[in-house]
Design a binder for this molecule. Structure first.
Ligand SMILES: C[S@@+](CC[C@H](N)C(=O)[O-])C[C@H]1O[C@@H](n2cnc3c(N)ncnc32)[C@H](O)[C@@H]1O
Length: 235
């Protein structure tokens, strides 16, 4: 399937950088719990073993860097469409005891070569793709996963019975009520960003796309409202 791969990210979260940083630091989107689950998944499979890791939409790697220092891969490659994010990631990852490669790339293009990876990780990025692009993501990720490898996918997902419009309404109601640390202007900027750039799917759709691509979902997802970690391995 031909997919029109973008080299620019139109919904530039890094225009909202200070706000996103606040969301992460105040743990409003459950980054702490989800990243702990990512660390457990890495330890369970790769503790004491060499593994290569591809991080799709690495952002500034602020959340992932401490985990990677505790369980370092043999090689880390991060890709993102934002040069601002990549410059911050370079700083945050500079103390990793392994080779670090950072590249300006779309997540689908980063999966199109012959290289395979023991871990493919992506956190809060997939929801930016259209539904058919997500199917293509799973096909490419399945091909790019080394035998015994893991796909770790952190993302927002809508409930099975929620339309996107329902999701947006519910998510914004929750932000309005619970994200007390954000100003009116910051919340409005977040709503604008999510309305134009976020296209979360129900978990069952992602699971089906993954299955059709030859990936098996592993148990262990603990949802934090709409925020999940899905784990996959090749069948
Ligand atoms: C919400 S941030 C998440 C950053 C980091 N992974 C985290 O969990 O904190 C989304 C990141 O994905 C990047 N991004 C969006 N669409 C992308 C795409 N199609 N390919 C690669 N990166 C993308 C953005 O530039 C941004 O850095």
């Amino acid at each position: 399937m031909d997919v029109d791969v973008r080299s620019e990210y139109s919904g530039e979260i890094f225009d909202l950088w200070d706000t996103y940083k606040k969301v992460v630091v105040e743990d409003l989107m459950f980054h702490a719990a989800l990243s702990q689950e990512v660390e457990c998944a890495l330890r369970a499979r790769f503790q004491g073993a060499d593994f290569s890791l591809l991080d799709l939409g690495c952002g500034d790697a602020h959340v992932f860097a401490p985990i990677l220092r505790r369980i370092p891969p043999a090689r880390y490659k991060g890709v993102d469409l934002s040069d601002t994010a990549l410059a911050l990631a370079a700083e945050n990852l500079k103390s990793l005891p392994c080779p670090v490669q950072l590249a300006h790339s779309d997540m689908l293009s980063a999966l199109s070569g012959e290289t395979t990876h023991d871990v493919i990780h992506s956190s809060f990025v997939l929801h930016h793709l259209a539904t058919q692009e997500k199917a293509e993501f799973f096909r490419r990720a399945s091909r790019a996963l080394a035998p015994g490898g893991l796909l770790l996918l952190v993302d927002t997902m809508r409930e099975e019975d929620e339309t996107r419009e329902d999701y947006l309404r519910h998510y914004f109601d929750w932000i309005e009520k619970d994200w007390a640390g954000l100003s009116r202007a910051e919340k409005d900027a977040v709503y604008e960003h999510i309305s134009t750039s976020d296209f979360p799917e129900p978990l069952s759709l992602l699971e089906r796309q993954a299955r059709e691509a030859g990936l098996k979902r592993l148990a262990g997802d603990v949802p934090h409202r709409w925020h999940h970690l899905m784990r996959f391995e090749r069948v």
